[in-house]
Ligand binder design. Structure first.
Ligand SMILES: [Zn+2]
Length: 270
């Protein structure tokens, strides 16, 4: 039986995911991985194929989840990718205690709407928005992935679906890095071809009032370079005998931070 399809069912599922306060590094981040496994384990597909539903350990004891639904005899596979951790809630200010309770928070925001920006007031008035930490980034995406997986379990998809949900996206990407060898292993064990990977992250408006919807194509990654700038002390009377490491770092920042000249040069070269 399908129970992740209607709008009400999806709101209920999303709310239950947001209720888990899975801030990166918290115990709730571990609990949410287990909750996802618990939800999926009740489905008849995974009762019949328990090996297709797995929690994989990270080195620090956190876990990531894979749920594989085999559609037919083909190797063709689509990966549905998400993260289930969220950032902290200090920026909610006085509404902090409601951040993980979307319906209550959305009601409370309606009460105090005069204090909020006009764009937010319009969203509240539309009744189409559910506020809360992680509703957008990215438990709504995960909710939709679960809905798609449920359809696949019912034989409504011609091919295989591999749902992959990881922790630690908001901090060090340990979840995704641990997932890479897991993906390789599954590929070998099940003889899979990964045709596409759909990431359910939210999309962003390009300018205030932008009403377009975007699909981002391609790949994305992050680089975390480290630079060690070693200065040399000198007396105030001999400024040119020393060198300031902050000055060195500032030149690096100018090279790296939103430097369109660099980016354009790179595009022209490649
Ligand atoms: Zn995200």
């Amino acid at each position: 039986m399908k129970n992740w399809q209607t709008k009400e069912q999806l709101i209920y599922l999303l709310t239950s995911l947001v209720n888990h306060q899975s801030i990166t590094g918290s115990n709730a981040e571990i609990a949410l991985a287990e909750y996802l496994q618990h939800l999926l384990a009740q489905k008849s597909y995974f009762r019949e194929n328990p090996a297709h539903l797995q929690l994989h350990p990270l080195e620090d004891g956190r876990r990531l989840l894979t749920a594989f639904v085999k559609g037919n005899d083909s190797s063709e596979t689509v990966i549905l990718l998400s993260h289930f951790d969220v950032v902290g809630v200090d920026d909610y200010g006085s509404l902090k205690n409601l951040a993980f309770y979307p319906e209550e928070l959305t009601k409370e925001m309606a009460y105090i709407k005069e204090r909020l920006p006009e764009a937010v007031q319009a969203d509240i008035a539309s009744g189409d928005w559910l506020f809360g930490r992680g509703t957008m980034d990215m438990k709504a995406g995960l909710t939709l992935h679960l809905a798609m997986l449920e359809k696949a379990m019912d034989g409504e998809f011609d091919g295989n679906i591999l749902l992959l949900s990881v922790p630690d996206e908001e901090v060090n990407s340990q979840g995704m890095m641990t997932a890479l060898p897991v993906l390789e292993q599954l590929k070998k064990e099940e003889n899979l071809i990964y045709n596409a990977c759909l990431n359910g992250e939210p999309m962003f408006s390009k300018y205030p009032g932008d009403s377009h919807y975007y699909v981002y194509a391609g790949s994305i990654g992050k680089v975390l370079p480290g630079f060690y700038c070693h200065g040399k002390e000198s007396h105030v009377g001999e400024p040119f005998a020393g060198i300031n490491p902050n000055l060195m770092a500032s030149f690096l920042s100018q090279e790296l931070e939103l430097n369109m000249k660099r980016l354009l040069k790179k595009w022209v070269m490649t």
